[in-house]
Design a binder for this molecule. Structure first.
Ligand SMILES: C[S@@+](CC[C@H](N)C(=O)[O-])C[C@H]1O[C@@H](n2cnc3c(N)ncnc32)[C@H](O)[C@@H]1O
Length: 202
């Protein structure tokens, strides 16, 4: 959601056209929090949103008592919006590198912003997933709904994704949940991709 003329102005330059829409709903984030995360998930915690878009989840985390809120996005407009709202932003392309090596969070959230198919080799995908897991504290929570859409012409890579992310999830005590159809719109994850899933640790 974009609230002021200044915010709308900043996001009018967003790389992804859907992020320019001022009326993207906050409600689905509230539903996700209500269903999956308790207040204890935020109070005095350091929370990262990967690809936060309009930064609504980070706002809710802060309102729920998060100590510090971090967002990482390749879009400078998203970086500027997050800074304006008081979040600690990093502008980086996740296809190229994980910017939080050596940094640990109490909670990592992501809705629709990472795609395992970005990485055209099993090795690079494995490195990315390991980097994400290494940035979560041992008792930290994860809620990630990836947008795993194959790159046209490389649909076969989805089979690699299936295996690699499953092994990674087992190694890191992460559950892979397939949300029922009726819940997808509620959480804002009704994407038209081959497989909609949520990676969770609590
Ligand atoms: C579909 S939007 C989702 C935004 C927000 N998580 C939500 O649920 O409304 C994807 C977000 O990921 C960011 N993004 C896309 N590709 C990226 C990349 N390679 N590196 C970093 N951020 C990226 C976009 O700029 C955008 O903010």
């Amino acid at each position: 959601m974009l609230y002021s003329v200044e915010e709308k102005e900043i996001m009018s330059a967003a790389v992804q056209p859907n992020m320019r829409n001022p009326d993207i709903g906050v409600e689905p984030f509230r539903h996700i929090i209500k269903k999956y995360l308790r207040r204890a998930a935020f109070k005095n915690k350091r929370i990262l949103d990967i690809g936060p878009g309009q930064c609504d989840f980070l706002d809710l985390a802060k309102q729920a008592g998060a100590d510090r809120t971090y967002g990482c996005d390749f879009d400078p407009a998203v970086g500027a919006l997050g800074e304006l709202r008081g979040h600690d932003m990093t502008v980086a392309n996740l296809k190229q590198d994980w910017p939080y090596k050596g940094t640990v969070f109490d909670g990592i959230f992501c809705r629709g912003s990472i795609n395992c198919c970005w990485f055209s080799s099993e090795e690079r995908l494995g490195v990315f997933l390991d980097d994400v897991a290494a940035s979560l504290s041992p008792k930290g929570w994860m809620w990630i709904a990836p947008w795993n859409n194959p790159v046209p012409g490389n649909e076969a890579f989805l089979e690699v994704v299936e295996r690699v992310r499953k092994e990674w999830a087992e190694k890191n005590a992460i559950k892979i949940e397939v949300p029922p159809l009726r819940k997808r719109a509620k959480y804002g994850i009704e994407y038209s991709i081959p497989r909609i899933e949520i990676w969770r640790r609590q």
